[in-house]
Design a protein. Structure first.
Length: 116
């Protein structure tokens, strides 16, 4: 068994799995609409600001929580962005599961469960 052959086989299967197809197609749709792209970019900036504040201060300020919630509410009302965010989340779950399988096979799996 050649590990590289198996990696290419995995890549072919991954390319066609539902989570990747939906993620790729929903991203393409976002990129085709400049207003949606800007809205998603703005939301990502706020998410990053919130993450940075959380790391730096240990918690989010009330103003940052409100800013994040307000932008999140607006973004999820957009069906294309909502579909993209759901596809991204689905892909993330699938990818985390794949990484757990691979790290377990290598004997280096983490003992921390990140899902709540």
């Amino acid at each position: 068994m050649n590990i590289y052959d198996k990696a290419y086989e995995f890549a072919r299967v991954l390319k066609e799995c539902n989570e990747v197809v939906e993620y790729r197609e929903s991203l393409k749709k976002i990129k085709e609409n400049e207003a949606n792209k800007k809205m998603l970019d703005d939301f990502r900036k706020i998410q990053f600001e919130a993450y940075s504040e959380q790391i730096e201060k240990g918690k989010l300020s009330d103003s940052m929580k409100e800013k994040l919630e307000n932008m999140g509410s607006v973004v999820t009302l957009n069906p294309d962005i909502g579909k993209f965010l759901q596809a991204e989340a689905n892909f993330g779950v699938m990818w985390e599961d794949v990484m757990k399988i691979l790290t377990k096979a290598m004997g280096i799996e983490a003992e921390i469960d990140t899902r709540e």
